[in-house]
Design a protein around this ligand. Structure first.
Ligand code: BTN
Length: 239
């Protein structure tokens, strides 16, 4: 993996999209100073200090879209959980790709595709990780949030973390593209603590509630509503 450092940038995802032609497959563009980070569902990703990571992985697996690409955020979720576990902290996934520790968000992922004339130019997998955020900054975030330094009680070396993460991402990436979500399904489910509980999923402006019963072999969420009707959801967010 190539690591490409930017001193300051509005959004690593935007930078990656604007420069997609020039960036090689398997490059991580990263900064410690992101001034206008974007989140999912038109939300913002706050700047939480220079000791955290704001990064985007650029991937160019093929010029046509494949179903497995939409599971890449789930692949990254599992990799991030494994990383946190290496630091002695157990993390959970909220479908499809939020990572939480004790119900507090520690990392978020935003995937974007670059398509030109019907051809896929590249995928941009953006992620922000709270590695060394001060408690007073976390308390200003609009949802419960935590940081790895708080969970472990020690400062985290951001360069070492990013290098380990990029190596781990590469390890199973080619197999994942080949085999799809099934390769990581068990690893994903092991951390999916929303399963077998009541959940409400927001899909655009619609909401569906029910029991989160399973994650299918394609990474979709199987929800059973109060009328015993099954919903297999490929997009949406658990609220
Ligand atoms: C979310 O949980 O809403 C997703 C947040 C994704 C934030 C990262 S930070 C680096 C990259 N650049 C952006 O503008 N956003 C992503």
């Amino acid at each position: 993996m190539n690591l490409f450092y930017l001193e300051e940038v509005s959004s690593t995802n935007q930078y990656a999209k604007d420069n997609i032609d020039k960036l090689d497959d398997k490059t991580i563009v990263y900064t410690y100073n992101q001034t206008n980070g974007r989140g999912r569902l038109n939300r913002k990703w706050s700047f939480t200090g220079e000791d955290n990571i704001y990064a985007s992985i650029i991937l160019k697996p093929s010029t046509e879209m494949k179903e497995v690409y939409s599971n890449l955020t789930q692949y990254l979720c599992v990799i991030l959980c494994e990383m946190f576990e290496e630091y002695g902290v157990s993390a959970n996934i909220k479908w499809p790709n939020d990572i939480k520790i004790n119900n507090k968000k520690i990392s978020g992922i935003l995937a974007e595709g670059c398509i030109n004339n019907g051809k896929l130019q590249g995928l941009v997998l953006g992620f922000g990780i709270n590695l060394n955020t001060k408690i007073e900054i976390l308390s200003k975030i609009d949802q419960p949030a935590t940081s790895l330094n708080i969970e472990t009680g020690r400062e985290i070396d951001k360069k070492i973390f990013l290098k380990k993460l990029s190596d781990k991402f590469c390890l199973r990436y080619d197999n994942f593209i080949e085999e799809g979500f099934q390769l990581i399904r068990k690893d994903y489910i092991r951390r999916a603590n929303f399963l077998n509980k009541e959940a409400t999923v927001k899909i655009f402006d619609k909401e569906i509630s029910g029991i989160a019963a399973d994650i299918t072999k394609n990474g979709a969420l199987k929800l059973i509503d109060k009328n015993n009707q099954e919903h297999v959801l490929l997009i949406g967010d658990i609220l």
